[in-house]
Design a protein around this ligand. Sequence first.
Ligand code: B12
Length: 146
Amino acid sequence: MKVVTGVVGNDIHVVANRLIELSLNARGYEVFNLGVNTYLEEFFDAVVETGAEVLLISSLNGEAEGWSREVKLLKAKYKHLDNLIMMIGGNLVVGSANAEDIIPKYKNYGFDIVCHQVDLNTGLDLLESFIKDREVKDRDTKESNE
Ligand code: B12
């Protein structure tokens, strides 16, 4: 499965980004790492170019919140991205806030999986469960249509 990843906005924290690439590779994903300082349009361009099924965005300095408000608009502009799995993690606000407040906000922005200050392995386990659940749902829908 193909994954596009990177750090959104003017964020230069690179260490987690490298770890994410290594961990995704170790779990068998094909990774397209756009690195730090990546704008939303660049993520979506890369998803279209590579045919990736997953977009995994990091934010460490918290500026993701500003950028994420554009997600729905951009997704609509790029079209054919309805099945794209959108995941975001790291530090998802500037300063501090509770995950219970942050998660619904980001889901409303259009993300499927939101990991505020969640360690990488736990986050990647969540991604795997999400993919498995979706496969089961898709199979059930296909069978009920036959
Ligand atoms: C090193 C560092 C820097 C270095 C970065 C060097 C580099 N090129 O990487 C320098 C000194 C340049 C820097 C600058 C700044 N930094 Co800084 N920095 C740090 C520091 C000390 C460590 C970050 C790090 O590498 N950790 C190691 C990695 C492995 O851990 P991690 O980043 O936490 O990532 C883990 C998880 O977040 C998670 N994860 C990350 N992404 C994702 C995605 C998904 C989907 C999932 C599931 C998990 C996940 O997985 C990783 C492994 O478990 C942190 C504080 C800290 N102790 O964490 C502050 C910190 C990130 N920085 C911070 C800030 C504010 C800044 C500056 C704005 C400071 C300033 N006023 O100039 C600038 C921003 C510059 C910019 N344009 O982005 C804040 C952000 C706070 C916030 N969000 O509100 C922090 C948290 C410090 C603090 N407590 O205030 N920084």
